[in-house]
Design a protein around this ligand. Structure first.
Ligand code: JDQ
Length: 239
């Protein structure tokens, strides 16, 4: 059985150390998936091992050269192919990409090989997008995690991987919680709903009581209360 493989290419490989912690690290230890971080600098040539240059057309900042990026992506794809991964989804992090949401996380969780290209400076020469979009083994996606500008793609990659990996079968022990999530995510009118509020013990905390519905033992009443609260909370987020 082929398990998902997640490659990350970056000039800051240490920045990806959270991959070996917690949820993701444990899933990897259990053999549910593989992650590998590749240092783009290993594909830079010349005495200074530089990976950036000035932008054509002028302007501030530097742009990442397509030359080391092409070599690094080819090497990663080649290694994955030797392990039986025939299709590669190249995810290029950029504030100009498709916004991450739960539907995109589900979509990415179906793919067996993801390659995350983490740029720095002003981003990567656009010919990387153009070139890999034209290669049949590759699907290219430009992805953003939200409308703010980060210093590079590394943190965005960690966010995406955390959202994707918890959807891989077996990663979360409780399959019921994922099923419930996918039900509450999209209701009958496909309107995204936020979660209902949660409560746990103690039953009274700083004079605040747990809503009586939740301690009623009446599962119909509990379901009705939760649906109403989810809608109320969703409404409050508008405007
Ligand atoms: C890169 C930068 C000015 C890019 C370089 C590579 N959602 C999201 N916000 N920011 C990013 C993603 C992101 C991703 C990759 C990146 C930012 N930068 C910095 C600076 C213009 C464009």
């Amino acid at each position: 059985m082929i398990t998902p493989r997640y490659d990350v290419i970056t000039i800051f490989p240490d920045y990806m150390s959270p991959l070996s912690l917690s949820l993701i690290g444990k899933a990897e230890e259990r053999g549910l998936l593989t992650t590998k971080v590749t240092d783009l600098r290993n594909f830079a040539t010349g005495v200074h091992k530089s990976v950036d240059d000035t932008p054509y057309g002028g302007g501030a900042g530097m742009v990442m050269s397509p030359v080391p990026w092409g070599e690094a992506i080819d090497a990663v794809a080649h290694e994955a192919e030797a392990d039986g991964y025939e299709e590669h989804t190249l995810i290029i992090l950029t504030p100009a990409g498709r916004k991450l949401d739960q539907a995109l996380a589900y979509e990415l969780a179906q793919r067996k090989h993801l390659i995350f290209a983490c740029g720095r400076y002003e981003g990567i020469d656009y010919r990387i997008t153009e070139h890999y979009s034209a290669r049949p083994q590759f699907k290219v996606m430009e992805v953003s995690i939200g409308d703010y500008v980060l210093g590079g793609g590394e943190v965005a990659t960690l966010v995406i991987l955390e959202a994707v990996i918890r959807l891989i079968p077996g990663v979360i022990g409780n399959a019921e919680s994922l099923k419930e999530e996918s039900h509450t995510l999209v209701d009958e009118e496909t309107e995204p709903l936020v979660e209902y509020p949660n409560y746990t013990k103690p039953p009274v905390w700083r004079d605040l009581e747990v809503p009586t519905e939740l301690v009623s033992g009446n599962h119909g009443l509990i379901a009705k209360w939760r649906a109403a609260k989810a809608r109320e909370r969703t409404e409050k987020l508008k405007d």
